[in-house]
Design a protein around this ligand. Structure first.
Ligand SMILES: [Zn+2]
Length: 139
């Protein structure tokens, strides 16, 4: 099972957007910890099971193959302030969401169904169905 936190596991088109996002957050006084970039189908299925058939809270609505993480175009974050991850400060999430969007990323905090504040992605207009069919971002 692979659950990467490395920016180098993102698509080559997404890496610079992620780097820019980290830089801009830093300029605003917010450090960002990347908690996940690429996830394989196996680990996604394990996450999907959490809160359903295994202990814990439900953390995703996506089964293996249904998450943009499997296509190297999404990453999850948590803001770090004074050395501590801050999960529950809406103002900080709104700030980094805004910064991410200004860097050309899509912020899942805006999603109407199952918003995910930690999640950012760049799909270049491709849908999940496109990725599942083997399409990918142009180089
Ligand atoms: Zn995510």
């Amino acid at each position: 099972m692979i659950n990467s936190r490395n920016i180098s596991d993102l698509h080559i088109k997404v890496q610079p957007l992620c780097e820019k996002f980290l830089d801009e957050c830093k300029k605003s006084g917010i450090d960002i910890l990347i908690t996940s970039t690429y996830r394989d189908i196996e680990i996604q299925n394990a996450l999907y099971a959490q809160g359903r058939t295994t202990p814990g809270h439900i953390v995703t609505n996506a089964r293996g193959g249904q998450s943009f993480h499997q296509y190297h175009v999404a990453f999850d974050t948590v803001p770090v302030i004074c050395g501590k991850p801050v999960w529950d400060d809406m103002q900080v999430w709104l700030s980094i969401g805004h910064i991410g969007k200004s860097c050309g990323l899509e912020w899942a905090g805006d999603w109407k169904s199952f918003p995910e504040k930690p999640h950012f992605q760049f799909t270049g207009g491709l849908s999940l169905r496109d990725f599942q069919a083997g399409k990918t971002l142009p180089e």
